[in-house]
Design a protein around this ligand. Sequence first.
Ligand SMILES: [Zn+2]
Length: 320
Amino acid sequence: MVYLGIDVGGTGIKIGVVDAEGAILAQGETPTLVGRPFEDIIHDMGVCALGILERGGYSVEDVASVGIGIPGIADQNTGVVIFCTNLGWRDVPLRAELQRYIDKPVYIDNDATVAGYAESICGVSVGCHSSVFLTLGTGVGGGIVIAGRPWSGAHGVGSEIGHIPMDIDGEPCTCGNFGCLERYCSATAVIRMGREAMLQHPDSDLYAACGGDANKVTAKIVFDCAREGDDVSVKVFRRYVHYMCLALDTVVAFLDPEMIILGGGVSKAGNFLLDAIREQLPRYVLFKTRPFARIEIARLGADAGMIGAAMLGKQPVKEG
Ligand SMILES: [Zn+2]
């Protein structure tokens, strides 16, 4: 049997045929083209999935289940997407609609949750009993795995770490609140801090690297300049590491997972970021003499969503 994994993004829908160990056997993609009726988007999803199965030499009968990762939240019982801001979806019957094309069990969960789940099956957190995955991208997503299974909360609204308030009356957030964690720990935050620093310091390497154009600032440019020793960029980087340590300390204090995994665009800074966080984090945690979560960079990259979604249908291995 194989598992179908579907990773729904704002620009593209990635679909993979995945085996029980999380290996991708066949894959493809179709554009999301946001703004169309959801029936049309799910039609393309179904047709694309059927095409990938056929090209890979599989039939619908070979499929054990279908899993879908969405940038939003879903009702696990009804298979209805409750909220998906990027797609403009509210109360979309994704499971029922997709089953018109592939009549198999359909599981739906949050994209960061399934990415974290994938890492626990065939990525950096294999063998961990508990882990928390953080996607550091335009926003900050969170995924929790406990006892080897994804945990989205009793009502599907858990693990939204990006919207934990870090600063009462702080930076306005896209969610309508103020001072949310993702305003300080996302790529967007690095860009905002980088722009401010650059405009204040026209003599900095960061200013030169962006040609004096604030719109050209990216998280990568800021971190690259910091790595090269540009004082202004180093300050921004250190501030970012400070914010990340506060975020990680929040996770440690609340959940004490075995591992916390950093994924998403910002995590591409790799060891430069990881080393700084590992050095600083011990100062932040509450119980300094006790061991706490190992911090690691995600391993599966852009495939994590597909793999983790596919594995939603895999039943946990019974112990004993
Ligand atoms: Zn928010």
